[in-house]
Design a protein around this ligand. Structure first.
Ligand code: GLN
Length: 472
């Protein structure tokens, strides 16, 4: 029952060798065996997914099934799914049920995907290890007590451990690519505005993107093709037509590729990550691609820019959670002000509170220009520099993360070390460009290493074609 691609599932479904019910039963069985330990799913829609499987089996018989028939999918706890609980990995949204579907969720449902459950994540997507979830960390299936990566940790581990076939996660600074890298999977962050954010619980609105986590580039392409495109519910979505990403070009194109010299030579880089990345680069050369080292003078500004702007946006976005409108409401309140204060004090976790305070600080009248305005300017500079590089090169490559999956608790006491793990992924979000992480070998403990490829705006077709051509 271990399938790598949806195509192979569908060929068995249409040949009558298996049914969607068999598939759902298989994943439910794995969930019941593994979830207590791994903590990837927060809710499992057992009866519902079996009923839906029967519905889709019937459609398959009648030859009226959609493109995702047979895809058993999990969704990150930041996505709204009508009449289902969505809590953003937080206590503050206790008991909150979505009244509508996120556009991406609606689109996969329209193509007959089966949603099997809601997946664990860092609170509001704030984290790199899933240790900031109010529901406890999600564990990597590989290695003893290793983190899943974050913030879409549950979404990655669920696919890694065969608890579902694919997942929809969200990526604000690497949250799809990083856990995909830590778990040996493919994680795709599209161009900002390629996919509607309607129904995505906001963390940092000018960075947030929904993206798939899959076993193959092929299925990431198919999912993107389905969730991308114009949406009347989100005015920031691009109207550009969506390419047929899943129609891969068979042409063996020769690309011009840049790799960030600093990224390969960076001090904190684990030796095996370095050697596997260098091996990949040599391999690309052997395949005929033109690949060159480039300097990126602003690399030191990636993380400060990202963390100043995202915390600023978060402090504003998270204002809405006040005990009046959604979820948790403190029972200790004596008046309106204490209702706000106590609800937020009780409802938010430590990291979220820290980021709200940091964001409020950088937006405060006295510091606005010194931090927020300055970070916006630096964001522009990083964007201009990156865009310029991508006029010369088709892609920029580097490792997805400086190291493989950490031990549980290894970085929680040191926020700088924790944030440094995002060094290579945040650039794509700061500049709004598409990037993918594909598996690139393992370290001596068998922990997966990710290889990241970034492309120009709306160049997902080229990005996916290239990623597929070098996927192992
Ligand atoms: N690790 C980053 C952060 O904590 C990225 C999170 C994300 O992409 N949602 O902000």
């Amino acid at each position: 029952m271990k399938y790598i691609t949806l195509k192979s599932i569908q060929s068995d479904l249409y040949a009558g060798n298996i049914t969607c019910r068999n598939l759902v039963e298989f994943y439910l069985q794995n969930i019941s065996e593994k979830n207590d330990k791994l903590n990837a799913f927060l809710s499992v829609y057992e009866d519902e997914s079996l009923l839906r499987a029967d519905e889709i089996d019937l459609k398959i018989k009648n030859k009226s099934a959609g493109k995702l028939a047979g895809m058993v999918l999990g969704i990150k706890d930041l996505l709204c799914y009508k009449d289902h609980v969505s809590q953003a990995g937080s206590k503050i949204l206790e008991g909150f049920e979505s009244q509508f579907n996120a556009t991406a969720v609606q689109r996969v449902l329209d193509e007959d995907a089966i949603i099997i459950g809601r997946q664990n994540c860092d609170e509001f997507g704030m984290g790199s290890t899933n240790e900031n979830s109010a529901f406890g960390p999600c564990l990597n299936e590989i290695g003893e007590n290793r983190v899943s990566g974050g913030s879409s940790g549950g979404s990655a581990v669920a696919v890694q451990a065969e608890m579902c076939f694919a997942s929809l996660g969200t990526d604000t600074g690497g949250s799809v690519r990083m856990p995909a890298g830590f778990c040996g999977l493919v994680g795709l962050k599209p161009t900002y505005s390629r996919v509607s954010r309607w129904g995505l619980i906001a963390y940092a609105s000018s960075f947030d993107c929904i993206g798939p986590i899959t076993k193959t580039v092929e299925d990431a392409a198919l999912l993107l093709e389905i969730i991308a495109g114009k949406d009347d519910q989100d005015s920031t979505v691009s109207n550009l037509p969506v390419d047929k990403y899943s129609d891969f070009s068979s042409e063996n194109k020769v690309y011009k590729i840049a790799y960030l010299k600093d990224a390969i030579e960076s001090e904190g880089l684990q030796l095996e990550v370095q050697s596997e990345t260098v091996a990949k680069i040599i391999n690309l050369k052997l395949q005929g691609h033109k690949i060159e080292a480039v300097e990126f003078p602003l690399i030191k500004a990636f993380l400060p820019t990202y963390y100043i702007l995202t915390t600023a946006e978060a402090s504003s976005n998270l204002n809405r959670f006040d005990g009046v409108k959604f979820g948790h409401r403190s029972l200790e309140a004596t008046d309106l002000m204490s209702l706000y204060k106590k609800t937020r004090f009780e409802g938010f976790g430590k990291e979220t509170k820290k980021r709200i305070m940091l964001g409020t600080f950088v937006l405060s009248a006295n510091y606005y220009d010194a931090y927020y305005t300055k970070a916006q300017k630096v964001r522009r500079l990083i964007k201009e520099y990156t865009d310029k590089l991508l006029e010369t090169y088709d892609f920029i490559v580097c490792p997805t993360t400086p190291t493989t999956a950490y031990k549980l608790g290894e970085k929680t006491g040191d926020p700088i070390q924790m944030y440094l793990g995002d060094l290579f992924t945040v650039q794509a979000n700061v500049v709004g460009l598409p990037a993918i992480s594909i598996p690139n070998g393992v370290d001596k403990d068998g922990l997966p290493i990710g290889f990241q490829i970034m492309a120009g705006a709306f160049k997902e077709k080229e990005l996916l074609d290239f990623a597929k051509s070098i996927e192992i």
